[in-house]
Design a binder for this molecule. Structure first.
Ligand code: SF4
Ligand code: SF4
Length: 175
């Protein structure tokens, strides 16, 4: 897998100091702390890495990247692992990758997220009629606080961010 080889090369100079783990606000929830995850990348433990929830819990805050004494691209590495899991459509990560994809699809169409459409896209992609029930109490709270706009779903929208999304796709294809 080319992406794993690229990651291994990018993380090659990790000295296992643990600064990334100590800086990560989400480390307590991760099954493999960041320091350990990088070690497993260097040891080619691909199956264990993709079985881990660590990279799906990364909130891209960049603290680890800013503090790593070797200047390693750690947030980008977390994103690369998310991309591998998305491409492989791994069952374990399906909920989080489709949640993220639905969010970004709504942003691409409208320049901002439309909450109703975003959740509709997510529920449709998961094909699980019981899933909305899991979000019911949160949805009720958000509606009571006027945090959800009721707008009809639209497949097109003004596409405010279309150009930006296209450019990113071009850059990713060329890299
Ligand atoms: S902070 Fe950098 S050098 Fe230290 S363990 Fe993390 S990745 Fe390795
Ligand atoms: S970018 Fe991700 S892994 Fe790094 S500190 Fe933030 S949440 Fe943790």
């Amino acid at each position: 897998m080319d992406e794993m080889k690229r990651l291994k090369a990018a993380l090659n100079t990790c000295i296992q100091c643990g600064t990334c783990t100590g800086s990560c606000p989400n480390a307590d929830e991760m099954d493999l702390v960041p320091r350990k995850l990088w070690r497993m990348v260097l040891m080619d433990r691909v199956d264990s890495i993709l079985d881990s929830r660590t990279f799906t819990l990364c909130s891209s805050c960049y603290l680890c990247t800013l503090r790593c004494p070797r200047g390693l691209p750690l947030t980008a590495a977390m994103a690369a692992l998310k991309a591998v899991a998305t491409q492989k459509d791994l069952k374990k990560h399906r909920e989080s990758t489709r949640f993220y994809a639905s969010f970004m699809e709504s942003v691409r169409r409208h320049g901002r997220v439309r909450e109703g459409e975003f959740m509709g896209l997510y529920f449709l992609s998961m094909k699980n009629p019981m899933l909305p029930l899991r979000f019911a109490s949160l949805g009720i709270k958000l509606v009571k606080k006027n945090k959800v706009a009721f707008e009809l779903p639209s497949k097109t929208g003004p596409g405010n961010l279309e150009g930006l999304f296209k450019k990113v796709a071009e850059i990713e294809e060329a890299s």
